[in-house]
Ligand binder design. Structure first.
Ligand code: ADP
Ligand code: MG
Length: 721
């Protein structure tokens, strides 16, 4: 039969229901998916049959799963030690860590880890003593070299794939062999222009697929991986740059900035803007004065005052009118309803007396400022009414959540979209939001995207290649530095007493329990829930019985979450025990303490962002990093946080040490494990970026490269869903 890349697997092989389920879990539907399911490493088959072929003194690196973890004291009774077995699909190796009882807690049974060390031998056989251990956030090894078992004789090597229940590496390998034997590679056309693969000495797609699944020579397989890493970044860059060009070629509402007006408006604020805020405003207003639509990403730590920037920019825009004489409009999207409400209230403060009418659009209800009867207040209105006023242009600023504003709203002249903490908002979405029923607007709205996630440069260049970047790198001066302390278990009690003083003074406290990294989503969720609930119970029963404790976790429904947050904001609760769901932009200025349990389990950038939940006013605030780990690495890492000025250095460090998974969910960006790994390599990103830009500048529509065009278009579609 004639096998095509697009053929469904069930058309080309007999697949039993168990296998079908497993393949689905691995997102393998057609032949192309299968061929792009790359090995995570290569193992010496001889190892699989007999672990005794390991030899004493051999240096090995294993990706596997922790089993039978136990913490005890050594036979002499004074050295605490962790024992465990690490299993991969080639076998099992015994591991011992002396003086590192915390390893047992940090890496419980079932944790995916990467360990490396030198094989030793004792009376019970081979073991690894004090091997290096780290959480395997992705299954992809860091360097191409470590892909290979230590043998150099590749003729014995077999690819090891990411597996799932019912679908083993061997099964996948056999299936791949089968489709390739069926001649599918003859059909493979390389979407990447030949001149690029030649120039960069990368194998063609067809060769690369052979090299990666059938390791004949280490150098070839490494070259194949390089190609696929390049390919991913290249496609991403191409798509982003295409968007950028498309935006630049669109028409924008022309904005004339009146400097004097803007300065007057800035003066009306109760504080003096920071230089960083002023320079951000300056770049944004320059963008707006151009003929092309703006596309800018504003990055700044939590509390750096991005809302102020958004307000000044909005004000400048609203000094202009549409060509048809009507007033211009602005949509401001927040990640949660509470934040939408907070932004609405801030904007009312800022725009009182300017005559600007502002709407709030949430699923819980709508409101408008000013109210007819009270010019300094807002009033609830019906959704229908608000939609009508947006359609006829009477309301010029509408604040809402991401999801609400994306749907079915009609604007009369939407000139600017401001979006908080949602990273991706493409040209198509901008167009769709600005369009009226049955009619596409000529003008593409300006876009100001804002985020507090510190994003390292290589990552920003790739996933935000379509946006220009502005960073607010300083905080308002009057803000007190948050006192950050690393708290070992011996100091818990005394720390709780310090916290009690804050509570008695009427302030509020966050307690964060770690996210638990586990492959099994459901299991992980259950455990998170348990730890949040248990901790809340412990705090309210034993430690702070005189205060109200509430909980917040990711398993709760959106409305439930909003309700809990609202209660905390209204001070109906004093202590909020939560998972890291509170990371995104919530603002409770009365909260002055954040406790982070198992602080060592979090990425530094994430800790930094969590810490930003407090210190939002002039009050002195505190961040307590609770940790049982006394390891030097933990201490050094956490100390970096105590001393850090901003999130960027931390993000960079995190990305290098622990991968992009620590910063954000790469999958959400259509990034494979391979791409996430590749982004750490600035040279590769730079080359892919240059090639993508040159190609698009030269070719415009990519008509000569239909396969490439199709890939890019398919990716655009995925993001629209
Ligand atoms: P972000 O959105 O960047 O996290 P916000 O815009 O919510 O930060 O600002 C946090 C708080 O700081 C707000 O209460 C705001 O009024 C205040 N603020 C903003 N800029 C300044 C400034 N330059 N000086 C003092 N306070 C400021
Ligand atoms: Mg904000």
């Amino acid at each position: 039969m004639n096998i095509k890349l697009s053929s469904l697997l069930k058309e080309v092989a007999r697949i039993n229901p168990d296998h079908a389920l497993g393949l689905e879990k691995l997102s393998i539907k057609n032949v192309n998916d299968l061929l792009h399911h790359f090995p995570t490493r290569y193992a010496d088959m001889r190892e699989i049959v007999d672990t005794n072929t390991l030899s004493k003194g051999q240096a090995i690196t294993i990706y596997g799963v922790m089993e039978k973890v136990s913490v005890r004291r050594s036979f002499k009774g004074h050295i605490p030690m962790t024992e465990a077995r690490v299993a991969d699909n080639t076998g099992v190796i015994r591991c011992v860590w002396f003086n590192q009882a915390y390893i047992g807690k940090m890496y419980p049974d079932g944790t995916r880890v990467k360990i490396s060390g030198v094989i030793q031998e004792d009376s019970k056989g081979f073991l690894l003593s004090n091997p290096n251990i780290e959480r395997a956030t992705t299954t992809v090894p860091e360097s191409a070299e470590s892909l290979f078992a230590s043998t150099t004789d590749t003729s014995f090597l077999t690819p090891i794939y990411r597996e799932t229940k019912g679908v083993s590496s061997l099964y996948l390998y056999t299936l791949i062999k089968k489709v390739i034997a069926g001649g599918v590679l003859d059909e493979v056309i390389d979407p990447i222009p030949e001149y690029i693969t030649k120039k960069l000495s990368l194998p063609t797609l067809k060769d690369a697929l052979m090299y990666i699944h059938f390791p004949k020579k280490e150098s070839l397989t490494i070259a194949a991986r390089k190609r696929f890493a390049f390919e991913e970044i290249f496609y991403l860059q191409l798509k982003q740059y295409k968007e950028k060009v498309e935006a630049k070629h669109s028409l924008a509402y022309p904005i004339t900035v009146n400097k004097k007006d803007t300065q007057e408006f800035i003066k009306s604020f109760p504080f003096k803007p920071t230089d960083a805020q002023l320079s951000a405003i300056d770049s944004i207003l320059k963008d707006l004065s151009r003929k092309e639509p703006m596309g800018r990403l504003l990055e700044g730590d939590v509390g750096s005052g991005k809302t102020f920037v958004a307000a000044v920019v909005s004000h400048a825009v609203l000094q202009n009118r549409a060509p048809n004489g009507q007033s211009l409009q602005i949509a401001y999207m927040a990640p949660t309803e509470i934040l939408a409400k907070q932004h609405f209230e801030s904007f009312i403060k800022y725009f009182t007396g300017t005559g600007v009418e502002i709407g709030l659009l949430t699923s819980a209800g709508c409101a408008k400022f000013p109210s007819k009867s009270d010019a300094s207040n807002h009033t609830p209105i019906s959704r229908t009414q608000l939609l009508k006023w947006l359609a006829d242009g009477r309301v010029s600023i509408v604040v809402g959540t991401h999801s609400l504003i994306q749907k079915t709203i009609q604007f009369s002249n939407l000139a600017l979209i401001i979006i908080d903490e949602q990273h991706r908002f493409g040209v198509r979405q901008r167009k769709a939001l600005a369009s009226k029923k049955g009619e596409t607007r000529k003008e593409l709205p300006h876009l100001l995207s804002m985020t507090a996630t510190p994003i390292p440069r290589t990552l920003a260049l790739t996933i935000f290649g379509d946006l220009d970047l502005t960073v607010i790198d300083t905080m308002p001066e009057e803000r007190k530095k948050i006192i950050t302390e690393i708290v070992p278990s011996t100091k818990r009690t005394e720390t709780y007493e310090k916290i009690r003083k804050e509570l008695i003074a009427g302030h509020q406290v966050y307690v964060i329990c770690p996210r638990i990294d586990e492959q099994d989503e459901e299991e992980a969720q259950k455990r998170i829930l348990k730890s949040v609930k248990e901790e809340a119970k412990r705090l309210s029963d034993d430690i702070f019985p005189e205060f109200v404790v509430d909980i917040l976790h990711s398993k709760m429904k959106k409305e439930e979450k909003e309700e809990v947050m609202q209660d905390f904001l209204d001070k109906k609760s004093d202590i909020l025990v939560a998972t890291s769901v509170i990371e995104v932009g919530i603002n409770v200025p009365n909260a002055t303490v954040i406790i982070i349990e198992h602080a060592d389990r979090f990425g530094l950038a994430q800790l930094h962002q969590l810490r930003g939940r407090v210190g939002r006013r002039e009050y002195q605030s505190y961040c307590y990093l609770f940790t049982e780990s006394k390891g030097e690495i933990t201490q050094t890492r956490l100390k970096a946080l105590v001393n850090a000025k901003n999130g960027f250095e931390l993000a960079e460090a995190d990305m290098m040490a622990r991968g992009i998974g620590m910063l954000m969910d790469g999958k959400q960006w259509g990034m494979s494990d391979l791409a996430m790994e590749a982004i750490k390599n600035p040279k590769l990103v730079e080359v892919a970026r240059t090639e993508a830009r040159e190609l698009l500048d030269e070719e415009g529509e990519l008509r000569r490269y239909p396969d490439l065009m199709k890939i890019i278009e398919d990716r655009e579609k995925v993001h629209m869903e």
